[in-house]
Design a protein around this ligand. Structure first.
Ligand SMILES: *Cc1c(COP(=O)(O)O)cnc(C)c1O
Length: 466
């Protein structure tokens, strides 16, 4: 399988090139030349598989330049770090179906993809005798999941900037207590925006970027989307086996990465997956896209589900490619228009097309808290505020689903967001074994002023040599 750019200006590349490229060199995002459909026979065979076996089946369709045995071993290693044998088990509190995606090392769904991506980076670099220095900024979840994805890998160093004292205590500890020598936490005396601006400026210094082989690990990497396709298929086929006709999903959405994986899964096992509920918090640019046909940049409102506090959705361009009938020239001109005016307006026909795939609701913080509280009171099951946004959207839209099951994705463990959970339930969320005593572990971080020069100087000292 070859990969192309949404903007159409690169020659098709292999999977490994797509992974190492991250962003396409023409500024677009990478996609498979054609979205595959597995067909009846495969779907039937997949119904009885465990998570890892299914992952190997699905990934192998997209990773034709990786040998089967190598892929299986990579998947085995990636999910050995998970504390559930099923990797992503389904919980059933009351009438709900909750797909728990938080059994990885940092207790968030990003681990499902970043464990795989870290191993892929290490493998491709090794086979080319190369190394890489990863640089990124985080306000919480992504940084720790990225660190756990590459910690201890020989040919990768990772530098993660976070705003000093402004990420939640648990999230900071998850990053700073990692003892591996290739991990460098930089606590910036400033805001998350300062961190992002510093990273952006450094990436724009092409000479510096080349010299230190800087790489990114953000949500636009195709391998991340791909790894996430697996759990949609896994859950849908389980419920299908139990007799469901169609299976819908409710997805707490920020950058559109996770729900785009749902779209790929829907095509892959057509017609098993029905609609995808795109659940947003008060940052509802994507809800306005689905319901009104207008994609318009807003200002970020900080909420209790911070990993969904976005202004623009970095993976949206992938869906745009299909919405525009796979015409890269139209994608390129729409993205140009968006850069200039901050908005894209869609036609009635395009709106109707999008409504076949998605339906959407935007959930307020009060509703989010009430949803955590009600579920806890009714069933004793505790969810985090991101998951609650998806559950609330499911409650609101379920009546339109013809009685078919809706699977709600649980994207983070509740113990990562103790303040919201305490406010809603009055109890402290319990921590899994691997998180107990995290406060007592030694911490490592470098505190630096919000200065590009100082961060560069630090990278120069600690980067893997040429
Ligand atoms: C990143 C994240 C999301 C949003 O996922 P996208 O792929 O950006 O849409 C939702 N919940 C949690 C807990 C996250 O960390």
């Amino acid at each position: 399988m070859k990969y192309i750019s949404t903007r159409g200006r690169i020659a098709p590349v292999e999977f490994s090139d797509a992974v190492m490229m991250g962003l396409a060199t023409d500024g677009g995002l990478l996609l498979p030349e054609k979205l595959p459909a597995a067909g009846r026979e495969a779907i039937k065979a997949w119904q009885d598989m465990g998570y890892r076996e299914l992952a190997a089946e699905i990934l192998s369709i997209f990773t034709t330049d990786i040998e089967r045995g190598t892929l299986q071993e990579l998947i085995r290693r990636s999910y050995a770090t998970f504390d559930s044998p099923k990797v992503t088990p389904i919980a059933r509190p009351g009438k709900y179906l909750i797909l728990e995606l938080f059994h990885g090392p940092t207790l968030a769904f990003k681990d499902v993809a970043l464990q795989v991506l870290g191993n892929m980076f290490a493998m491709f670099l090794k086979s080319h005798g190369q190394h890489m220095n990863i640089l990124g900024a985080t306000s919480g979840d992504t940084g720790s999941a990225a660190i756990y994805g590459v910690k201890g890998k020989e040919n990768i160093n990772i530098f993660i900037l976070h705003p000093h004292g402004r990420v939640s205590r648990v999230q900071a500890l998850q990053m700073t207590t990692v003892p591996d020598k290739n991990v460098f936490n930089i606590a910036v005396e400033g805001t998350f925006d300062d961190c992002q601006a510093i990273v952006k400026t450094i990436f724009n210094d092409l000479e510096f970027k080349e010299r230190y082989r800087l790489g990114a690990i953000n949500s636009i990497n195709w391998a991340r989307v791909l790894a996430q396709v697996v759990y949609y298929v896994y859950a849908a086929l389980k419920l299908r086996k139990e007799g469901a006709d169609k299976v819908h999903f409710s997805v707490p959405t920020g950058n559109f990465g996770d729900i785009f994986a749902g779209y790929v899964a829907k095509k892959l096992i057509d017609p098993v997956i029905g609609r995808l509920i795109l659940a947003t918090n008060e940052n509802n640019i994507l809800t306005r896209f689905v319901m009104e046909g207008i994609y318009e940049k807003g200002t970020v409102v900080p909420t209790i589900s911070p990993s969904m506090d976005i202004q623009i959705a970095s993976n949206f361009e992938r869906y745009l490619y299909y919405l525009y009938g796979q015409e890269p020239a139209r994608v390129a001109s729409a993205m140009k228009e968006f850069a200039e005016t901050g908005r894209i307006v869609f036609s009635e026909k395009e709106k109707a097309y999008a409504r076949q795939d998605f339906i959407s609701a935007s959930i307020s913080q009060e509703e989010t808290i009430a949803t955590i509280r009600n579920l806890y009171r009714e069933t004793g099951y505790v969810i985090d505020p991101h998951t609650a946004v998806g559950v609330a959207a499911c409650d609101r839209l379920e009546s339109g689903m013809n009685g078919n099951p809706v699977v709600c994705l649980a994207t983070a463990h509740p113990c990562k967001f103790p303040d919201a959970v305490r406010e809603a339930t009055g109890v402290e969320p319990e921590r899994p074994a691997k998180m107990k005593g995290i406060e007592d572990r030694p911490q490592r971080m470098k505190v630096l002023p919000a200065s590009v020069a100082r961060v560069k100087e630090f990278i120069e000292q600690e980067a893997l040599p040429m």
